[in-house]
Write a protein of this length. Sequence first.
Length: 286
Amino acid sequence: MSVVIETTIGDITVDLFLKERPRATLNFLKLCKLKYYNFNLFHTVQHGFIAQTGDPSGSGDGGSSVWGVLEGKHKRYFEGETVPKIKHTEPGLLSMVCAGEGLLGSQFFFTLGPELLSLDGGGHCVIGEVTEGHEVLRKLSEVICDEKHRPYKDVRVTHTMVLEDPFEDPRGFRVPSRSPSPSAERLAGGRIAADEEIDDTEGKSAEEIAEMMAEKEAKARATILEIVGDIPDAEMAPPENVLFVCKLNPVTTDDDLQIIFSRFGKIVGCEVIRDKVSGDSLQYAF
């Protein structure tokens, strides 16, 4: 049984654990059918840990179960299943947020890393796993956030699509005829809009812009080297006792560098990096 969660950075397909978590998945499915999650912010994102949403207010303190939506605040929370125990052992799990004492509402999070065992003792209830859209979770994990883990640029759930619902609807439940428009309250809770372009050169001098572009180009080249297998990691750096020398004369040899740098202290070795096929200097060395 799958649900598609559409976001401003891509779609995520989730298979729900209906047999293991019947009450919690019923709540989630019915909220999806009510379009309750439309335009909800991912208000908390921690790299390699979790990305949390499901609060219409965007504050992290709101939200309600489907029974609370239908019957009132006294039904805001419900008790989720605790047996069988499903642990937060891998990225891509969907888990309902515990509001305390094993009570669940509408908020949920995706795990963004493996073996998040610290979550297992918090009463959070794993109800499904991502089957498509892991690249979206990787994007989520990399968003830039403030010290409270709130993204500077909005990431929102835009729509949810229930592919199949095996549960009967609760009393008083009515599926909206169309997706509702976002309220002013929901949109006011954001920062930089999801569709707003950011000019990262604004206010910078020509020299600063040139330096920024050079840094981006260097990162792009490092990523390409990682892809083709020349280096194991785009972010790798040499040890602190290794000096990188660039823009060498093509005829400079290992011995030339040894002589030059030996004036400043003991040199263990010098190596000019050469083309594997032609043997020509690539004009940099270690």
